[in-house]
Design a protein around this ligand. Structure first.
Ligand SMILES: Nc1ncnc2c1ncn2[C@@H]1O[C@H](COP(=O)(O)OP(=O)(O)O)[C@@H](O)[C@H]1O
Ligand SMILES: O=C(O)[C@H](O)[C@@H](O)[C@H](O)[C@H](O)COP(=O)(O)O
Length: 203
């Protein structure tokens, strides 16, 4: 069982003039990332449910032109993605401004510059924290999982193009990396434990 979200606390530094410490909870935006088939939706639904945080599905924020493009097997370009990423970031910030203590967002965020667009959400307020959960799997595994998936516009022929532009987030200190080669239950549990460590201020 994950710890209650409300237990997370930011202790503001005391000064000579304010000897009493006040606490203020962080509001976390957890971005579940990785190429198609890595398990973003499956893991994000689990985190949203267990942490009782709103779920924002990145695919719901694409303009129709992007969906048509992906459905016809044409990879998106940077220019197709900028406004999508900004819209997604706004949706996360609006969710917090509406009173949510945090949220869980799915977004492939394949390149560092895309993650940087999302990172700008921290400018909304000093208690907003962005953490990425990168679901790490090799191309063959994700291809296999996308092939098994039904009723999704994104077909397996897009996986190779996603790996071609993927910049794995090594060295980015706001990223949790989770190996997805195990069962879905194992991956969900590991992601939950890692996210819980962040919420508790341990990571
Ligand atoms: N660890 C896993 N083991 C086996 N199947 C998985 C695992 N994670 C996800 N899947 C399955 O793989 C497919 C893709 O998962 P999904 O969550 O839709 O990925 P994404 O949102 O990243 O494209 C789904 O059919 C899902 O049930
Ligand atoms: O679940 C999936 O199949 C993917 O997440 C898919 O929906 C797509 O990756 C993104 O929505 C945007 O496309 P890019 O990853 O090419 O930016």
């Amino acid at each position: 069982m994950l710890a209650k979200y409300e237990t997370a606390a930011l202790t503001t530094p005391s000064t000579l003039h304010t000897p009493l410490r006040t606490t203020k909870p962080f509001r976390h935006i957890f971005i579940i990332t990785g190429p198609a088939g890595c398990g973003k939706s499956s893991v994000a639904h689990y985190l949203s449910r267990t942490l009782d945080l709103p779920y924002i599905e990145g695919d719901d924020f694409h303009p129709q032109s992007n969906i048509d493009k992906m459905a016809s097997g044409v990879p998106l370009t940077d220019d197709d993605r900028w406004s999508w990423l900004e819209t997604l970031r706004s949706a996360a910030v609006t969710t917090l401004e509406s009173g949510a203590p945090g949220c869980v967002v799915t977004c492939s965020a394949l390149k560092r510059v895309y993650r940087d667009v999302i990172r700008q959400a921290t400018r909304a307020a000093d208690d907003v924290v962005v953490r990425f959960v990168y679901l790490r799997g090799n191309k063959e595994l994700l291809l296999h999982r996308v092939k098994q998936r039904k009723d999704h516009y994104m077909k397996d022929d897009m996986v190779a193009s996603q790996f071609a532009v993927l910049e794995e987030p090594w060295g980015e200190d706001d990223v949790i990396s989770v190996d997805v080669s195990g069962t879905l239950e194992q991956v969900q549990r590991t992601a939950g434990e890692e996210v819980n460590r962040v919420i508790e201020g341990l990571a």
